[in-house]
Design a protein around this ligand. Structure first.
Ligand code: RP5
Length: 165
């Protein structure tokens, strides 16, 4: 990694940051240069178009897009760029993110969005997925990912449970 931004983390509102920061944190932990931006599909549609149209030329390898409610941000970005879009459903107030999930995952055939779980785990996994994609071309990153998984495995193997009767 030479410091050039390779992943865009975008979200419909700064209220999504609480969830989306978990994607950013993974990228940071693995030393992947990223940017975080608020881009709203329905409140800043021109900005969305501009961001998507410039993504490829700017060298983004993927875009992680999180939104809540009628979450059309990931789908609209995917419609406007060939850069792979990873969608994160952000939990919403009334439908707890089921609306976000269905809006993102149910893309009609032809314009895919790789959709992750609702909330924090989905955001973190989107970050890890971006790392895994980039690691195919970057041996050092692949080694970091291998070590991360080994640490995770060791942590689970050392888990204990309360005494059983
Ligand atoms: C969506 O509306 C955003 O992605 C956010 O999840 C939701 C609520 O936005 P705010 O009202 O908090 O700005 O566009």
């Amino acid at each position: 990694m030479d410091g050039k931004i390779v992943v865009g983390v975008v979200m419909g509102s700064n209220s999504d940051w609480e969830v989306m920061q978990h994607a950013a944190r993974q990228l940071e932990d693995f030393g992947v240069p990223y940017e975080a931006r608020v881009v709203s599909a329905h409140r800043t549609p021109d900005l969305l178009f501009e961001y998507a149209e410039q993504a490829e030329a700017r060298g983004l390898a993927c875009i992680i897009a999180g939104a809540g409610g009628a979450a059309h941000l990931p789908g609209m970005l995917a419609a406007k760029t060939g850069v792979p879009v990873l969608g994160v459903p952000v939990p919403s107030k009334y439908l707890k993110g089921m609306d976000s999930l269905l809006s993102i995952v149910q893309m009609p055939k032809g314009i895919p969005v790789a959709t992750f779980a609702i909330g924090e785990a989905g955001a973190a996994n989107a970050g890890l997925f971006a790392v895994a994609m980039l690691a195919r071309q970057d041996g050092q990153l692949a080694e970091r990912l291998r070590r991360f998984r080994a640490r995770q495995e060791a942590a689970v193997k050392s888990m204990t449970l309360p005494e059983q009767p």
